[in-house]
Design a protein around this ligand. Structure first.
Ligand code: NI
Ligand code: MN
Length: 225
């Protein structure tokens, strides 16, 4: 059965067509994360960008599971240099994997690795699997081309950052939901740290007021899709 499981911050686990995919697996140093490194089990890892709160424990998890990391070219080459299997892509490109088709989208943010290495452009991720379209926005500001993403793809689930300071805050994320025309919005990237505290009930009310559904998952919670 296909699922979306939230592990706190932006860390999201997908079960799609019998594959386990981890997006932005931030475990060490993530006060909200409900799983330990030993329990991080996957076939693929998808990274939106290189920042520590997204790159997280990618190296250990990829090695422990012999998983393939899907990321932008610079991040993928960095990982290949550490003997990790990686599939390099870039913005606007899509590729088919056993679990579905992945397309990297724009994200307005920055990207470097925890050791300071330049990590290319940050990305959002569209995953088309089993008739469902999932969009994980990564870290991003609101941008008008989200409208284009919504026009080109019928999005069922959009995971959008709402924590402000580093990314969109609540009002910008509500506008993003409108632009994307996604059916269900799942808030991410909030309440992990004091500086990104957000009132998720306020977000839910505002999303519902534009006629969309909001599912705020607690770490460890999942939905069947
Ligand atoms: Ni970031
Ligand atoms: Mn972040």
């Amino acid at each position: 059965m296909n699922k979306i499981i939230f592990h706190g911050h932006s860390f999201t686990e997908l079960h799609l067509k019998g594959n386990k995919i981890l997006i932005d697996p931030f475990i060490s140093g993530n006060p909200l994360c409900d799983i330990s490194l030993d329990n991080a089990d996957c076939d693929f890892i998808i990274l939106t960008h290189g920042h520590g709160d997204h790159f997280g424990d990618t190296i250990d998890i990829a090695k422990n599971n012999n998983a393939t990391v899907i990321a932008t070219a610079e991040l993928a080459y960095y990982l290949k240099g550490k003997d990790i299997t990686a599939h390099d892509m870039n913005l606007g490109g899509s590729h088919g994997f056993p679990f579905g088709k992945v397309k990297l989208t724009l994200a307005h943010h920055s990207s470097s690795l925890p050791d300071g290495t330049y990590a290319g452009e940050p990305a959002g991720v569209l995953i088309d699997s089993d008739g469902k379209m999932i969009y994980h926005a990564g870290d991003t500001a609101l941008f008008y081309d989200m409208k284009l993403i919504g026009e080109m793809h019928r999005i069922d689930y959009a995971l959008l950052p709402i924590g402000d300071n580093y990314t969109m805050g609540i009002d910008d994320a509500v506008k993003a939901a409108e632009f994307l025309n996604a059916e269900t919005i799942i808030p991410i990237h909030y309440n992990t740290f004091e500086v990104i505290r957000a009132d998720v009930d306020e977000f839910r009310r505002k999303i519902e007021s534009i006629g969309k559904k909001c599912i705020a998952l607690l770490p460890g919670n999942s939905i069947e899709i």
